[in-house]
Every structure is written in structure tokens, then in C-alpha cells.
Design a protein around this ligand. Sequence first.
Ligand SMILES: Nc1ncnc2c1ncn2[C@@H]1O[C@H](COP(=O)(O)OP(=O)(O)OP(=O)(O)O)[C@@H](O)[C@H]1O
Ligand SMILES: [Mg+2]
Length: 270
Amino acid sequence: MAEIIVITSGKGGVGKTTTSASIATGLARRGKKVAVIDFDVGLRNLDLIMGCERRVVYDFVNVIHGEATLKQALIKDKRFDNLYVLAASQTRDKDALSKEGVEKVLKDLSAEGFDYVICDSPAGIEKGAFLAMYYADKAIVVVNPEVSSVRDSDRVLGLLASKTHRAERSDGEVAAHLLLTRYSPVRVESGEMLSINDVEEVLGLKTIGVIPESGDVLNASNKGEPVIMDGESIAGQAYDDAVARLLGEERPLRFTTVEKKGFFSKLFGG
Ligand SMILES: Nc1ncnc2c1ncn2[C@@H]1O[C@H](COP(=O)(O)OP(=O)(O)OP(=O)(O)O)[C@@H](O)[C@H]1O
Ligand SMILES: [Mg+2]
């Protein structure tokens, strides 16, 4: 059976698509067979970040409506043979998705031997976001360390606990993990941002990763290369840690404290 992981948040623009691309790529790099699905029908973003936008012929909605087979619509990643993208339609609206349609695609992916299906949720708590989380086994709740993001995530946790297939069948809960993104130790220290402990406490979640604020993320998305592929980038390394933890490895948090600059780096502005 494929493990279905939803990348969700409530609030928009916090880093869900960035995270979906990097987690999917990181799992594939570790040998897992992975499909990553863009549930943001109408917007379509994941294919850009994965760098396959020119190869989108058929999309998720086409498959659900029987206009293309799953095989036709799955786009094989150019970096890893065991990584596939299912793009969102740019021309339809969210009503083009249905529970039955989503269920069939997920079942077919499982039958095709996929180990993981990563569902990139749209913002908000409307239909697209609801369907992205409905069949999930696990949720990664992406949060920026600020009050509005935490508040919106809290709503999503309510939905995960009540409005999912698992919740409805009393089939065990959807295991939710916290992924803090755009974390800036300097701004946490100065009190402008919430700390990891603050967010964990408010949401009652354990942290699976803390991704620092980094210009590398934008650079990576401009190149169509998930930031986890950038081994020099602290954001890339932090995503790799998160993937390792997802697979059960213990890794200490990195890049979460303010680096005290030494004399030479001060001198040379490093
Ligand atoms: N760690 C980070 N450091 C700096 N910028 C980041 C980081 N993570 C994400 N961003 C930037 O934040 C913006 C939103 O990211 P992304 O598209 O992944 O969010 P999203 O949650 O999927 O948005 P939406 O709700 O619209 O789908 C992008 O411009 C991205 O480059
Ligand atoms: Mg997105």
C-alpha cells in the first residue's frame, strides 16, 4: 500500500508546494517510488517548481474525468526514474475534483507499486484542500512562525481529526507533523517571530523539520529544481533532515539558532 501524505496548511503562501516538491524528491532520492499530486486546480504551481511544466499534456482532472489514463498523465521526473508528477489543470475549477475520482487515482497509484503519494494541498479549507487531506495517512502541516499561520493551521488540525476517511471510519487518526518553514532565528530571538516551542505548544504537534528562511528557495524554483537538490543550501539540507525523520531516522535540528559571528567572518562579511 502506498502511504498517502498530505502537505497542508490552512493559510496560503507558507511553503506547501516548495515542501511537496522537496519531500517527494528527497524520498525518491532514497529509492522510494513516489508520486506527487498538485491539488491546486486552477493555479498549477507544482510542475513549475519540479521543472516539468513544458511536459504537461494531461493532468489530474483529465484522469478523474477519464480523458486520459493515469499512465499518460504521470510525468516522469528528469532527475529520478522513480519520481512522478501529476499536474493540476489550469483551466478547470475545483469542482472538477470528486471524492470518488481522487480515491480511484490513489488506489491505482497504490496498485502501480508506489510507496508514497504526496498531495500538495491548495490554501484554505475549501473543496480542494478537503480532498487533498481526505484519504491521507499522514499530514505535514506547514506553518510559518507567526500568529496568523498558526491560527489557520489549528483549523486544519480540526479537519484532520474529523473530516477525513480515517476519522470517519475511526480507523486511527491521521498522524500530523509540524514543519516550520521560513524560520529566521534572528527574528525569533528579537521576538518578532514565534519560537519552535511556542508553535509546538499551541498546535500540540511534534516537529518533523524546521526550514530556514533562505533566498535559495526562490532561486531553486526559478530553475525548476526542488531546493533539496541544492546540497549547499541550508534550506535544502533542512529538507533532507525532514525526509530522514519521516523515514524514522533521528536527526538533531540544525540552523535554528543565531550563529554568533567570529572575528574573521565579521571582518569579511561572511
Ligand atoms: N524557506 C523559505 N525561504 C524563503 N522563501 C520561501 C521558503 N519557503 C517558501 N518560500 C517562498 O514562499 C512563497 C510561497 O511558497 P509556496 O508556493 O511553496 O507556498 P504555498 O503554501 O504552496 O502557497 P499556496 O498557498 O499559494 O499554494 C514562494 O515565493 C517561495 O519561494
Ligand atoms: Mg502551493
